[in-house]
Design a protein around this ligand. Sequence first.
Ligand code: APR
Ligand code: PHB
Length: 390
Amino acid sequence: MRTQVAIIGAGPSGLLLGQLLHKAGIDNVILERQSGDYVLSRIRAGILEQVTVDLMHEAGVGERIGAEGIPHHSIELVFSGERHPIDVHGLTGGKVVTAYGQTELTRDLMDARAASGLTTIYEAADVQPLDFDGERPRLEFRKDGRTQVLECDFIAGCDGFHGVSRASVKDRVTEYEKVYPFGWLGVLSDTPPVSPHAIVYGNSERGFSLCSMRSMTRSRYYVQVPLTDRVEDWSDERFWDELRLRLDKDLASRIVTGPSIEKSIAPLRSFVAEPLRFGRLFLAGDAGHIVPPTGAKGLNLAATDVKYLSSAFIEYYAERSSAGIDGYSARCLKRIWKAERFSWWLTTLMHRFPDTEGFGQKVQEAELEYLVSSKAASGSLAENYVGLPL
Ligand code: APR
Ligand code: PHB
């Protein structure tokens, strides 16, 4: 089997890359370790920057986002028992983000890929990127008990944090990492969101909380928990009680509770691998970097990597120029580090850290006060929240 670009991973990065390349007439094949159903069962954040929405349109798959995505003009910060709106739209000269679940975005991309007749090999085991330092890279993998080979011009490693792409260049990567001393307990429920037009970020003595949504009938809520907690420790009732205790009185009284349809605890991590290119192997999305979920930058960063990578390949095939390919890593890393900074900052500002002493706590409170009372400070939050320019 042969293709122009072999893509490892059918998450948002791999699927979006495949669609953008296809639009430009570049053949690609995706190898995915899991089944399609499994990929669609993963629950992740759902706030899209305009850059990501635009890319979905460019890939020809923006229709449902346009129809069902819910624009958010503001966010709300809750601290000291009070709510403070931040007018993101006004502070950024008219920009918004769009609430649209990552699962739905993945579904749109999968459907479009199937309709385009592009090859996706699900349940491909033991994928191995080989010979990517030379001119003729290839992937070896096992499918239905047989070893198979996919020859290509380039390999795109879109296989997430635990994928084989970064692992296969382990000795050549510098890793930067920060692990946070807490996790997020998340609950998805088929109840109307308490705040359908603005994500609520709460900082309370009991820890961080977040009120988000997937649609007008599906909510997503989170509370900060110690990493030692297990999901079994948290009945639905305990979760709703705890969430209410971390919000202001008005929001707490308006939360509509219901049975959880998904409940899980996720650790928080900041991580960057440098560089992102190794000969003809490229890392994109979670394969190259992780942000803590605060601020919802993960998917948006993945989308911009993919934009840069697709332009680099398009330039290569159209003009035989390797300028985009050569500049890929540095171009991505510039934007990645800014989003890393923002996600780390918002995480630090909004959570209670077990080792923070009195002084640190007071400084955090002062920063929150400053943020909501200074136009410069809230403007900085807003411009990062909607996404820095490409
Ligand atoms: N071989 C084939 N496929 C693999 C392998 C492997 N060895 N390892 C992992 N994969 C697949 C995973 O099963 C998954 O479907 O690669 C895909 C990677 O998808 P994601 O983890 O969703 O990563 P990415 O596409 O970069 O999406 C980034 O997802 O985690 C969020 O916050 C993140 O929203 C961001 C987005
Ligand atoms: C989510 O909807 O899951 C979400 C929203 C905003 C965030 C993080 C997660 O900052």
